[in-house]
Design a protein around this ligand. Sequence first.
Ligand SMILES: NC(=O)c1ccc[n+]([C@@H]2O[C@H](COP(=O)([O-])OP(=O)(O)OC[C@H]3O[C@@H](n4cnc5c(N)ncnc54)[C@H](OP(=O)(O)O)[C@@H]3O)[C@@H](O)[C@H]2O)c1
Length: 287
Amino acid sequence: MIVVTGATGQLGRLVVRDLLEKVPAERIVAAVRSPEKAGEFAAVGVDVRRADYDDPASLESAFAGAEKILLISGSEVGRRIAQHTATVEAAARSGARLLAYTSVLHADTTPLVLAPEHKATEDVIRGAGIPYTFLRNGWYTEVYADTITQAARTGSFIGSANAGRVASATRQDYAEAAVAVLTGEGHENKAYELSGDHAWSFPELAAEIATAAGRPVNYHNLSPERHRATLLEAGLPEPVADLLVGIDAGVSAGLLAATPGELRTLIGRPTTPLAETVRELLGGPDR
Ligand SMILES: NC(=O)c1ccc[n+]([C@@H]2O[C@H](COP(=O)([O-])OP(=O)(O)OC[C@H]3O[C@@H](n4cnc5c(N)ncnc54)[C@H](OP(=O)(O)O)[C@@H]3O)[C@@H](O)[C@H]2O)c1
């Protein structure tokens, strides 16, 4: 059995859909917080089991009979070390022969905001004694979906990333990498630094949006203080504003710019170009 947690999330759904292309549905477990959201998978014979990172007993039963488990990192920032620890402990007890975990680029060394919970989770996994694969995902291009659609409408967007670059790839690219690990062999106790083939800057993103939208689009670079103040004025909660400014500081420092090509190697094709994702987000090539 191959068990995928967070299978009703955006990445998780892509992983299970891709797995279905490679292994029989009866060998797949969608381990989810809310089974009622997994009808798409139950309908084709995937075993849907409840697995809440806050409920160790649910994890225990969700992992029964697992050979390989993919732990998709949770979305509740600040609560994830405890949640992931419970999940790792249940995975180790299940007797599975591999635990793959969606981490972040250079989790062990990066000063990137958001990285500490991933580093702590990796440490827990290493200590748990179960063979592991760290899928150290860089940024999803879709993280910028709102920025892209709003910029296409208004003609501008803001940030404080300076000329920093982001080697993003799509969720589909990262999902295929996870499936390559879950269906392949020889990935035990490895950390893959996964990122897009090309690292782009915010001015380059502006140019791609302009091309796809057929109108001029400008990137306005602000100081971190001005960026934060503007986000707060726009009504964002303080922790969200701090997070976004912190991420741009990381981009500015080049923390998301690495292009080692490991994602491309795992999925056996180039990663999805920025221009393609921008075009899709803005409604397709004919727009
Ligand atoms: N690299 C990047 O750019 C980037 C960007 C955003 C997020 N991430 C990380 O990658 C993960 C997957 O991304 P995504 O886009 O698929 O995020 P997403 O759509 O928000 O999915 C998160 C998944 O985690 C599940 N989850 C959250 N808390 C849980 C809990 N207590 N117990 C069980 N499941 C729980 C959610 O369950 P429900 O379906 O029930 O809500 C959902 O399936 C995120 O959770 C986050 O850690 C990375």
